[in-house]
Design a protein around this ligand. Structure first.
Ligand code: NAP
Length: 470
């Protein structure tokens, strides 16, 4: 274990912990180390031996450019007064009480680990999955390695029209040559290579103007070499309110989406191997099954209805229809999970907070803060987490500055490293992670890929242990 012991130094520094090494965690660390107001030491924890959160485990393998942000995170991690504690899980290895005893302030940036459910009959049948599972599986996330998906089904149905739904649809639609050059998991590559999926349905409960995907992602669908996009002939016959919104209020992304959808609609069928159907104004009613397995999905048509707040809602009609399928993904948003002992709002799936400062029973916690999806909910792209993290860091600094307490380092407080060593935890430092990264990159190079990811925590630790000894 190569982690330095930073338990004492002069002048005393404020010891800060950030829990969760995804984008929000790294942006917060960067901001904390950049500021000049108070001297700080920052420890960044993650339950996995690997950093970068959803940039590693969520961003699609054919979106390698987005992963370049890791270079910024690496520069942040190379600074003095920073340590990474990988393979350390809050709640399992460290409690809230222990964190508060060892740190002057704690920032939770754990993201939204789970997913929202549809709440319809049949959701638990074999063949019905969350998009989160599929995304984790093709990205070699250790939590999802054992998952299996029925790629023998000729039709796949994805409920929801956000960017995650589009990612899933694109991965199911790709030609294998494109995926071969990525860091997709070997297991997923092999399974997709023999996939029989030909018709991929992406189902939005509202209309095209309300679709949650963004134009860059929509445009990519038009350039899939084996797949054509199909829309219903009347898909862009907008209702009066949507038309008015588009003309008077819509932002540039919505306008661009409509332009792209128009292009898709006008492209004549080309007889391609696969079809990606974007179906608007439909909601799932029931997942149908036989012998415990999905055999189809019952949907109902919706019409748009203007709500009192001016937004457009989906109102059910009595028209229903069914699609035969053995593979269904719900992609209706991620959801935060509670951390042991930490306040949690079950309705929103977030930690209650005021500008990033955690609220417990309505009162501000003097030493605890949150940033990223666990603070605001699962929205926005990687970069959205920067201003969000800055807001929380500013609140943390202002709170520390205004507090009458002094840095813990002024007293005799042991380093958290000692506590973890006493517990027998196996800490993965940032230099340890770099050994693993080097291993993955070299294994990838041999196959002309950016990296070949190691898929289980145990294998990751073995690779690191072997290389530490070299
Ligand atoms: P999202 O953008 O919030 O989309 C969720 C979708 O699910 C919406 O179409 C929503 O429809 C629909 N939905 C919600 N509840 C539903 C229900 N009960 N029945 C049917 N449909 C329902 O979520 P996401 O796709 O998980 O993405 C999360 C965030 O990550 C987003 O900010 C996204 O942009 C970002 N992301 C970005 C990229 C990228 O940049 N390439 C890739 C992946 C994810 P309504 O609009 O009607 O609520």
């Amino acid at each position: 274990m190569t982690q330095p012991d930073l338990s004492c130094s002069n002048p005393p520094h404020w010891r800060l912990a950030v829990i969760g090494a995804g984008p929000a965690g790294f942006y917060a660390v960067g901001e904390l180390l950049k500021q000049q107001e108070i001297p700080v030491k920052v420890d960044l924890f993650d339950r996995l031996p690997t950093p970068y959160g959803l940039v590693r485990g969520g961003v699609a393998p054919d979106h390698q450019k987005i992963k370049n942000v890791c270079k910024i995170f690496d520069r942040i991690a190379s600074q003095d007064h920073f340590r990474f504690f990988g393979n350390i899980e809050f709640g399992r290895d460290l409690t809230r009480k222990e964190m508060l005893e060892h740190y002057d302030a704690v920032l939770y940036t754990v993201g939204s680990r789970s997913d929202r459910r549809l709440g319809i009959p049949g959701e638990g049948l074999e063949g019905s999955h969350s998009a989160t599972e599929f995304v984790g599986w093709y990205n070699s996330h250790p939590d999802y390695r054992e998952k299996r998906f029925n790629l023998n089904s000729e039709q796949a149905v994805i409920i929801g029209m956000g960017n995650v739904a589009i990612d899933v649809a694109r991965i199911l639609s790709h030609r294998m040559e494109e995926l071969r050059q990525t860091d997709i998991s070997d297991q997923a590559f092999l399974a997709l290579d023999s996939s029989r999926v030909r018709d991929i349905w992406v189902i939005g409960r509202r209309g095209p103007v309300q679709a949650a995907f963004t134009p860059v992602e929509a445009r990519e669908l038009m350039h899939l070499p084996d797949t054509e996009v199909e829309l219903e002939a009347d898909a862009l016959n907008l209702d009066a309110s949507s038309k008015k919104f588009l003309q008077e209020e819509a932002g540039k992304d919505t306008r661009k989406n409509i332009e792209l959808l128009q292009g898709m609609l006008e492209t004549p069928p080309r007889g391609m191997k696969k079809r990606l159907h974007l179906l608007f104004l439909a909601s799932p009613v029931e997942i149908l099954g036989k012998d415990g397995r999905v055999t189809g999905i019952k949907l109902r048509r919706n019409r748009l209805l203007e709500k009192p707040d001016g937004s457009m809602g989906a109102e059910a009609t009595d028209q229903t229809f069914e699609l035969q399928t053995g593979l269904i993904f719900r992609s209706v948003g991620y959801r935060g999970e509670p951390l042991p002992d930490v306040p949690f709002d079950d309705t929103s799936g977030t930690i209650p907070n005021e500008a990033g400062q955690i609220l417990e029973n309505g009162k501000r916690c003097p030493k605890e803060f949150a940033a990223g999806w666990i603070k605001r909910g699962p929205s926005g792209v990687v970069g959205t987490n920067k201003p969000d993290a800055i807001e929380s860091v500013n609140r943390m600094l202002a709170t520390l500055n205004a507090s009458e307490s002094e840095p813990l380092e002024k007293g005799e407080v042991p380093d958290i490293l000692k506590l973890l060593q006493n517990k027998g935890a196996e800490v993965v430092s940032f230099s340890d992670w770099k050994l693993l990264e080097d291993y993955e990159t070299k294994a990838g190079e041999a196959e002309g890929r950016p990296r070949k990811k190691v898929g289980t925590v145990e294998e990751m630790l073995e690779v690191i242990r072997d290389r530490r000894q070299d």
